[in-house]
Design a protein around this ligand. Structure first.
Ligand code: PMP
Length: 400
């Protein structure tokens, strides 16, 4: 049994203690935290829709029409017309036969992997996949085998080893802590050749990548029917670029039917508030219509990367709004985060176990609501980051 006090002391000593920050007001690029306005570069509200007036109005209208709670799980009596309409809109958006709404991305991943894999089978996962994909594999009781990050060659040999037992290959589309993309065309080819299924969690690609925001698959030209053939299982979340809450799985009609029958994290939980589904419909419309948001994001990313290079920062090869600065040890990441906050900028330090040991970092993210001048202010401050070793002084640590 865990010794609670000792474990807390150990985390503090190792620089791994996590503290929550309390926002007073909406998410955005200038949140109020502890009575102070900060310039933030760490939310996943990439398109700036979380507090968009049209999304807020849709939520308000949805609550008036449908109340707040859905009152039951989808299979009992909690599946409302708003959910149904959103599922159809999401399926159309990603060009698939059907989509299934789930209460969170974490639950979608748990439900899909455990519904599709079981004992005697294998789940093959990129080493940097999101924790929910790892936990889904553990829950499934299939054998979890991890291949080195984006290493399709290693994946192929694991698939060869596994010949004879069913395999599910799972990957993030955009890696959540690094911002780089999975090599989807090669992964799809490897999976198809071996008769395995491929599942992509595009939590950070949906809304952001591709000219129309259809995500990492659109980035690779894999949308529509070709996409469904190559990547039969697609998960997207609604709490990031879409600015609301929840998640979806998209794929063939039989896949979705099977999930409705078997995905326990779908079956045994209360449906999302229908007003959230209605708000998400509004957010989806904005995502499709307001292409300037993606263009602005890309311009900000280019501006940041060029400026970071000028001041000698080492960047990860990321074409997305996730632009990490690797600090190495947890104390350095915390020192950087504190230094930024002392200068009015919020970027939380990300430490193990969220990222591998020795790769603690600042996970800088951009939003379409940022201005170029905001990025300049960030760069100016980053140019004066303290060096390693300064961590133990100063204010309370902050964390993700
Ligand atoms: N997948 C990935 C890649 C994620 O980054 C996250 C959220 N951090 C999730 C799934 C979980 O989504 P949700 O927050 O909706 O549970």
């Amino acid at each position: 049994m865990i010794e609670i006090d000792r474990e807390l002391a150990r985390l503090e000593e190792a620089g791994l203690y996590r503290r929550r920050r309390v926002l007073d007001g909406p998410q955005g690029v200038r949140p109020r935290i502890d009575g102070r306005e900060l310039l933030a570069f760490c939310s996943n509200d990439y398109l700036g829709l979380a507090a968009h007036p049209r999304v807020i109005e849709a939520l308000r209208d949805g609550a008036r029409r449908n109340g707040v709670g859905s009152g039951a799980s989808h299979l009992i009596s909690g599946h409302s017309a708003a959910h149904h309409q959103l599922e159809a809109a999401l399926a159309q958006f990603v060009g698939r036969d059907r989509a299934l709404l789930c209460s969170t991305g974490y639950m979608a991943n748990l439900g899909v992997i455990s519904a599709l894999s079981g004992r005697g089978e294998q789940v093959l996962a990129d080493r940097l996949n999101h924790a929910s994909l790892v936990d889904g594999a553990r829950l499934s009781e299939a054998r979890l085998r991890r291949y080195p990050h984006a290493d399709t060659g290693r994946l192929r040999s694991l698939l060869d080893d596994a010949r004879g037992s069913a395999s599910l290959v799972v990957t993030d589309g955009v890696f959540s802590m690094d911002g780089d993309l999975a090599p989807l065309p090669e992964l799809a080819e490897a999976a198809r050749t071996a008769g395995a299924r491929l599942m992509v969690d595009d939590a950070h690609g949906i809304g952001v990548l591709g000219a129309s925001g259809r995500g990492t698959l659109e980035h690779y030209g894999l949308q529509g029917r070709a996409g469904q053939d190559q990547v039969p299982i697609l998960v997207g979340t609604l709490g990031k670029a879409l600015g609301t809450f929840g998640a979806f799985v998209a794929g063939s009609a039989p896949l979705i039917e099977l999930l409705i029958q078997r995905a326990r994290s779908y079956i045994y939980t209360t449906a999302l508030p229908p007003a959230v589904a209605q708000a998400t419909l509004a957010a989806l419309e904005l995502t499709e219509q307001e292409t300037w948001r993606r263009e602005r994001l890309q311009a900000l990313i280019r501006h940041f990367r060029a400026g970071a290079e000028r001041i000698g920062l080492t960047l990860v090869d990321s074409p997305t709004p996730i632009q990490p600065l690797i600090a190495g040890d947890a104390d350095t990441a915390l020192a950087w985060s504190r230094f930024l906050e002392a200068n009015g900028i919020l970027v939380t330090a990300i430490r193990p176990p969220t990222v591998p040991a020795g790769s603690s970092r600042l996970r800088i993210t951009f939003s379409a609501e940022h201005q170029e001048a905001d990025v300049d202010r960030l760069l100016e401050t980053l140019a004066h980051l303290p060096r390693a070793g300064a961590a133990k002084q100063g204010q309370e640590p902050v964390d993700a």
